[in-house]
Design a binder for this molecule. Structure first.
Ligand code: UD1
Length: 421
């Protein structure tokens, strides 16, 4: 986790080869960490990735009174015995939208919360109306004033909540709030992402009564207290997918261990379509790519369909594949910013609204490009690995938010990569 002004310099043209371990999932670790607010005893976590977002979430929780140990070899303990300041300030929320995940737990545990509104971000508006609607249905009083959400309640009450759209952190927030509510909460049109299931399993280990996580109907019967637990965060399916795409784009062969192949069906299917040979065990994925990839078309949608967090990386793959790929983004309205940067490397991409038509070229050329968000940055890394010559990626603090030991892992796979600054 280096300074914000670092750049990554990659010399392309090497086929990735070798084996690396996959880290714990950022998008599971963040909600699970905020679950520590629900309980007065210690939550002991394993397989927590060393990422900037995890540091930010730790700071956020510490500001509220949570006692946190230093993150070491994936271990982190969080003790929420004394939550004296249920406030998520703008300085932290603006650097990490997932900060909104503290709202439900704070309200359920303390009966009050002040959380700064996340605001817009590079990939789109990302409102939190569904989070608020659900909490109001559970009896919370909420007003938004001067950019802050102010929420209050006595004890939250179980309710049947039909979400207007599928939201991952919205589902997680409401599921956490419901664990301490009075009576039964039913969440309809819930997100089915594996990270929601991972959070539910951690909450169950803490004594919560939850059924149906991983389906679109989740039932939670509130309890009076949650208790201490130990839980290992699931493997990161997006990190896994990113290394698989990088290996496929470079015509390489990699073995990823400590992975969860069962959470990657849509990604693996597209990689096979691109020509990769893939074999999985319970916890590992072996990918071998013969020659140049074939372009694939895809459409992002909520799990189990193709993940929006993998869209940018596949666009980079299509840029150097044989044929033309059509990529449609249905989750976020402004998630093609990487396309402009990929064009700086010579890519042929034509964007019409939510659809990008990518004509594969035999090669890209190295250039200086700018990371705009986390997964956009990952696509630039993939493209840089196949481009001729050197590519310098600016603003890589985005990558540090979500990829643990990126240079170390890429180097272990044979890439020529260095961090500057
Ligand atoms: C989570 C992931 C993010 C991923 C995204 C979609 C975490 C920490 N982040 O983000 O990596 O890209 O899921 O898989 O888990 N929406 C509303 N109102 C709401 C909530 C969401 O309109 O109250 C919209 C959003 O603007 C977006 C769509 O719903 O268009 C899905 O967003 P959502 O699933 O909530 O994304 P996050 O949970 O923020």
């Amino acid at each position: 986790m280096a300074a914000r002004l670092s750049q990554l310099r990659i010399t392309g043209g090497v086929r990735l080869r070798g084996s690396i371990d996959i880290s714990g999932a950022k998008n599971a670790a963040l909600p699970i960490m905020s679950a520590a607010l629900l309980c007065g005893e210690t939550l002991t976590l394993e397989n927590v990735p060393a990422l900037m977002d995890v540091v930010t979430m730790t700071r956020l929780l510490e500001g509220m009174g949570v006692k946190a140990s230093a993150l070491q070899s994936g271990h982190l303990t969080l003790n929420g015995a004394d939550i004296h300041h249920p406030d998520a300030p703008y300085e932290l929320v603006r650097t990490m939208r997932a900060s909104i995940l503290v709202l439900g737990p704070l309200l359920a545990r303390c009966g009050r919360a002040k959380v700064s509104l996340p605001g817009g971000c590079a990939i789109g508006q990302r409102p939190v109306d569904q989070h608020l609607k659900g909490l109001i249905a559970m009896g919370a009083q909420i007003r938004v004033e001067h950019g802050d959400i102010h929420a209050r309640c006595t004890r939250l009450k179980g309710a049947r909540i039909v979400m207007d759209l599928v939201t991952v952190t919205g589902t997680e927030n409401l599921m956490m709030a419901a664990t301490l509510a009075d009576g039964e909460t039913v969440l309809e049109n819930a997100a089915r992402e594996p990270e929601v299931l991972d959070l539910a399993r951690c909450l169950q280990a803490m004594g919560a009564q939850i059924e149906g996580a991983g389906t679109d109907t989740i039932r939670v019967v509130g309890v009076q207290h949650l208790h201490a637990a130990r839980y290992a965060v699931m493997p990161d399916r997006i990190e896994t997918g990113t290394y698989l795409v990088a290996a496929a784009a470079t015509g390489g062969e990699v073995l990823l261990t400590g992975a969860a192949p069962q959470t990657l069906d849509a990604t693996l299917e597209k990689l096979r379509e691109a020509g990769a040979q893939i074999e999985c065990t319970d916890q590992s994925i072996h990918l071998k790519m013969h020659g140049r990839a074939k372009a694939v078309s895809l459409r992002t949608a909520p799990y189990p369909a193709f993940a929006t967090d993998m869209q940018a990386q596949f666009m980079a793959l299509d840029c150097v594949a044989e044929g033309t790929g059509v990529i449609t983004e249905t989750i976020f309205e402004n998630r093609f910013m990487h396309a402009l940067e990929l064009q700086r490397l010579g890519a042929d991409i034509n964007i019409q609204g939510h659809t990008a038509v990518v004509r594969g070229l035999p090669r890209l050329q190295g250039a200086t490009v700018m990371a705009t968000d986390l997964r956009a940055s990952a696509s630039l890394v993939v493209a840089a690995l196949v481009a001729e010559g050197q590519t310098t990626i600016d603003r890589i603090y985005h990558l540090d938010r979500g990829y643990e030991s990126l240079e170390k892992k890429l180097t272990a796979l044979g890439a020529t990569v260095e961090r500057i600054g």
